[in-house]
Design a protein around this ligand. Structure first.
Ligand code: PMP
Length: 399
């Protein structure tokens, strides 16, 4: 029956993990994974999250289904975290929101909603490059996917002029996907002034902004600062939609905690949007899992745990920022003639090193340092114990 099923290509990241596992070198380094590691290179369960989970287990809550849109205390708090305590849209009851299967599920619900109801052309523009799954998620939602300029290979930074000119060139009313902070895979974010100009260009084109915020708090260590772009767009009169993930900032990866929300113009509009989101979700998975959402809800709603969590998010962001600085310093101390400012200019979990595919291959073969071919390294995989060897390995290959 299935003889005609073609063999699909393997996942690029899983291939790296396999090559890493098979390498007998005891000093091998894996910088492919997109998950936070502590300074010993171990997965990190946030103490605030552990406390919240303990409380929930001790409360012996039942396991009844949540509603189609999830745990209401969770979605309410998630919206406040993203849009801010002073958000007029929330105060005026104009934000439709549903719990989702982490950030990916939120993007998928958003894609389905836009495919069904967006009044303009159903083309979404994503940055070049973007998170590898964006294109697949939106294509599977029935949207057409195009790219806009984002990354400048020469400066290893933002191609701001190219981005603005591409936004101006998009057909009126296009959908544009924006990484709210900590752009994956490049680590290159617009400055606040550049965001202001991007908002203006998006508005002038009559385009519709879709924010993907998978790293709130994880970039700068400050959840408000990381939400700047989203909040600025709303202040400027946009009514964006938003995919939120709690995988990174709460370390809830496998619990799959996220939310999809959409800012509408009136409470009546919000009600109608809510009703259609339910109609999209119901045949997809009926209703979302409750355990992770209860944990996130406790962390967000319990003032003491919330304060603790904000400190822990900052701790993770700070460790990453410190590893960027250490990597750059080690490369400079070795006498590297290359510029490494981009390592510390970039932000979030990933750094784009500027290394070519051939250099990345050599890095793996000759020095047992594993990361994706595009030159992206997970800074979360760097520790004070391996940074020197990492710098030596990169120096050996780039000079
Ligand atoms: N968007 C971006 C930009 C991401 O990097 C990720 C995680 N790698 C996601 C969305 C979604 O991840 P998750 O489904 O685990 O929340």
């Amino acid at each position: 029956t299935w003889a005609n099923v073609p063999q699909g290509p393997p996942d690029a990241i899983l291939g790296i993990t396999e090559a890493f596992k098979a390498d007998p070198n005891s000093e091998k380094i894996n910088l492919g994974v997109g998950a936070y590691r502590d300074d010993k290179g171990k997965p990190y369960v946030l103490p605030s999250v552990l406390s919240a989970e303990k409380k929930i287990i001790e409360a012996k809550l039942n396991k009844e289904y949540a509603g189609i849109t999830g745990v209401p205390e969770f979605t309410k708090a998630a919206a406040l975290l993203a849009y801010g305590p002073n958000s007029a849209a929330i105060k005026e009851d104009r934000v439709a929101i549903t719990q989702s299967i982490s950030g990916t599920g939120a993007l998928r619900i958003g894609g389905a909603f836009l495919e069904r109801f967006y009044p303009g052309a159903k083309t979404i523009y994503i940055p070049n490059p973007s998170w590898a799954n964006h294109s697949a998620v939106f294509k599977d939602s029935g949207l057409k996917v195009e790219q806009y300029s984002y990354y400048d290979e020469d400066t290893i930074g933002l191609d701001f002029d190219g981005m603005i000119s591409d936004i101006k060139g998009m057909p009126e009313g296009s959908i544009i996907l924006l990484h709210a902070c900590a752009h994956n895979p490049t680590g290159v974010d617009p400055t606040q002034d550049q965001w202001r100009a991007i908002s203006k260009a998006v508005k002038e084109g009559g385009h519709y902004p879709f924010f993907d915020m998978a790293y709130q708090g994880f970039a700068s260590g400050d959840t408000d600062r990381d939400a700047f772009a989203l909040r600025h767009f709303i202040e400027e009169g946009h009514t964006p939609c938003l995919a939120q993930s709690f995988a990174k900032n709460m370390g809830l990866y496998g619990e799959r905690v996220g939310a999809f929300s959409l800012v509408t113009s009136t409470p009546e509009e919000k009600k109608k949007v809510d009703s259609q989101i339910k109609i999209i979700v119901r045949p997809l998975y009926s209703n979302p899992p409750i355990h992770g959402a209860r944990i996130a809800s406790e962390v967000l709603n319990n003032p003491a745990l919330n304060k603790q969590w904000l400190g822990e998010v900052k701790g993770m962001a700070d460790r990453i920022i410190e590893m960027r600085a250490l990597l750059k310093k080690n490369l400079e101390d070795l006498g590297s003639k290359k510029q490494w400012n981009h390592i510390t200019d970039q932000i979030g979990m990933f750094a784009y090193t500027g290394l070519t595919a051939e250099q990345m291959e050599k890095l793996a073969k000759d020095t047992s340092v594993y990361a994706t071919k595009d030159g992206r390294i997970s800074v979360a995989g760097i520790t004070s114990g391996n940074v020197k060897r990492l710098a030596e390995s990169i120096y050996k290959i780039t000079g």
